[in-house]
Design a protein around this ligand. Structure first.
Ligand SMILES: Cc1cc2nc3c(=O)[nH]c(=O)nc-3n(C[C@H](O)[C@H](O)[C@H](O)COP(=O)(O)OP(=O)(O)OC[C@H]3O[C@@H](n4cnc5c(N)ncnc54)[C@H](O)[C@@H]3O)c2cc1C
Length: 317
């Protein structure tokens, strides 16, 4: 009997509905995979047909090209969340929100900062080392099981091997590393205290813009880099008390210093609520967003000597 799984590869699947931005074209090929054997078969299909492989998680940090993605887009649906003592193991496709809920119910602390991040998966959050309120994903990672597309096998990386930095990891450097499962180490705490921290963080979270977005477009800036590029601006920011944990929010620079709030290109607009969010006001194209991003970067460069870097990830460009 053949052990091969029945592949459900589909053609020309619109990707916009799978993203929080609701922007972009279709995937030439698309598959959702739940098991390791399905993943291996999907990869074998792509390799046999010389198609590039792309991964999509919750689509909450993604801008998909208007002309779509020319290859096989794999959506990971391995979404189990298991808890044993202080360890939480989650499939890369598990929602951050489900991991937080499971942990909180068992009196395990560490993920409270994730409260209110919509649709994000564990895989996407580990790749981008997501974070908020001075906390980030790497603090709780014990190890990450990946599929190495070059070596064609599953391997485990320790936290140190993941080379986490602010919104960075080895997974952004190595496109052939596909995150499959993540083991987190959490700390015991009283469920009531965990619940209170979740509620506090939800209150602190700025009101989410009423239009589709992909979260923060740019990384925050370290005070050290602003000082180097523009000492005068650094001094002003220190004086106004907006430096937090040695960093300044990119939104603050865009909104207050560059005064770009509300700037619109096509149907893409810098959010009125949050200077670091670009919103799709209805029918925005990826091209509108890319042009607006370039405009913001140019304004920051020309007026402040500052180089903004995207946090948002591009698919199919
Ligand atoms: C309203 C809103 C608020 C947000 N708030 C925050 C916040 O507070 N902090 C924060 O850090 N982010 C925030 N985000 C951004 C986003 O939710 C996070 O970056 C999240 O971690 C992205 O996860 P995802 O599963 O949606 O990844 P996706 O957007 O689907 O993918 C992001 C990148 O990761 C890759 N990828 C996804 N899964 C895998 C995998 N298993 N293996 C390898 N590569 C993979 C994709 O190819 C892509 O390059 C916010 C977004 C929104 C819309």
């Amino acid at each position: 009997m053949s052990s091969s799984v029945q592949l459900k590869i589909r053609k020309n699947i619109p990707l916009a509905p799978l993203t929080t931005f609701k922007i972009g074209g279709s995937a030439k090929f698309f598959i959702e995979v739940k098991t390791k054997s399905e993943l291996k078969e999907a990869i074998a299909f792509a390799k046999k047909n010389k198609e590039n492989i792309y991964i999509i998680g919750g689509g909450s940090n993604l801008l998909v090209n208007d002309s779509g993605v020319n290859g096989l887009v794999i959506k990971l649906s391995n979404n189990s969340v298991k808890i044993s003592k202080n360890a939480l193991s989650a499939g890369a496709g598990a929602k951050l929100a489900d991991a937080l809920k499971a942990a909180a119910e068992k009196g395990l602390a560490g993920l409270e900062w994730t409260a209110g991040i919509p649709r994000a998966t564990i895989g996407g959050a580990v790749r981008g080392n997501a974070g908020a309120f001075g906390k980030s994903m790497d603090e709780n990672v014990n190890n990450v099981e990946i599929y190495d597309l070059k070596k064609n096998k599953f391997i485990k990386l320790t936290r140190a091997e993941c080379r986490f930095k602010y919104r960075e990891s080895i997974f952004k450097e190595k496109e052939d590393y596909l995150i499959w499962e993540v083991k987190l180490e959490l700390k015991k705490d009283l469920p009531e205290k965990i619940k209170n921290r979740i509620m506090d963080n939800l209150k602190l979270r700025k009101s989410t813009p009423g239009f589709p977005s992909a979260g923060s477009v740019f990384k925050n800036l370290s005070l050290a880099e602003i000082k180097k590029a523009n000492p005068e601006l650094a001094e002003k920011l220190i004086q106004t008390g907006v430096v937090k944990r040695g960093a300044v929010g990119a939104g603050l620079i865009i909104d207050k210093t560059l005064d770009l709030k509300g700037k619109t290109i096509g149907k893409a607009k810098i959010s009125e609520e949050h200077g670091n969010f670009i919103v799709n006001t209805g029918g925005a194209s990826a091209d509108d967003v890319v042009t607006l991003i370039s405009y913001i970067k140019q304004q920051a460069r020309d007026n402040l000597g500052i180089e903004l870097q995207e946090e948002i990830q591009y698919l199919g460009f």
